[in-house]
Design a protein around this ligand. Structure first.
Ligand SMILES: C[S@@+](CC[C@H](N)C(=O)[O-])C[C@H]1O[C@@H](n2cnc3c(N)ncnc32)[C@H](O)[C@@H]1O
Length: 206
């Protein structure tokens, strides 16, 4: 099954071959204030093993590695992983970057204290959501976390990722995870979308 929507695969997949990371619409050069908070308050503790699903240019993976986590970033795009490795080199950060599909991640069961998703699930086609949740659950240790940031239904309508309702965010994950935290928050603005209302979801593996 193809994980991402046609919109992504047709319009965005070639970006990494063509554009500078700085020109990618979602890249702010920073992680979200909520991911920072989860590190500051110790929800994501130093020493945790983290799998960053569809890590793209690696901004979140490198941030987490710089804060003491053992991070593996997985992405389907070899060009994205080249960018991520170059960025990790600039920061002297040790991150393992692997080419792989989010529905079939080349890592063993129960390998992650934290499975991380930044702007991934909102691009996953609805019929692939359960398979994605099951794959995230396979990777997480029992009691481990799945953390998600993505577009919410408080964003203005229009092109771009799916505006997720709370049901969209919760239902596919409930068979595998309990909810620790779920709320909309204002994320960093981008030039194209100054008013960013995103979900933060923190789920705990049953
Ligand atoms: C919007 S970007 C988010 C990247 C990164 N998480 C971030 O926040 O900067 C979505 C990423 O998903 C990757 N991707 C798309 N389909 C994928 C798949 N089936 N398996 C793994 N990665 C995929 C793309 O290459 C892209 O890097």
């Amino acid at each position: 099954m193809q994980a991402f929507t046609d919109r992504w695969t047709e319009n965005f997949a070639p970006l990494y071959e063509r554009d500078d990371v700085a020109d990618m619409s979602w890249v702010t050069t920073s992680v979200s204030p909520e991911l920072q908070r989860l590190v500051i308050d110790g929800t994501i503790a130093p020493g945790s093993s983290v799998v960053d699903l569809a890590c793209g240019p690696g901004v979140q993976a490198i941030f987490l590695a710089r804060h003491g986590m053992h991070v593996t970033g997985v992405d389907r795009s070899a060009a994205a992983l080249d960018r991520a490795r170059a960025l990790a080199g600039l920061y002297h950060s040790e991150v393992t970057f692997l080419e792989g599909d989010i529905l079939n991640v080349p890592l063993p069961d129960n390998c992650a204290d934290v499975v991380h998703d930044s702007f991934v699930y909102h691009n996953v086609r609805p019929e692939a959501r359960t398979a994605y949740a099951a794959e995230a659950a396979r990777l997480a240790v029992p009691g481990g976390l799945f953390i998600l940031v993505g577009f919410s239904d408080r964003m203005s309508p229009g092109t771009g990722p799916i505006r997720l309702s709370s049901d969209d965010v919760v239902k596919p994950f409930l068979p595998f995870f309990e909810i620790e935290e779920l709320r909309r928050f204002r994320n960093l603005p981008t030039l194209k979308r100054p008013d960013q209302w995103h979900w933060l979801g923190v789920f705990r593996r049953r």
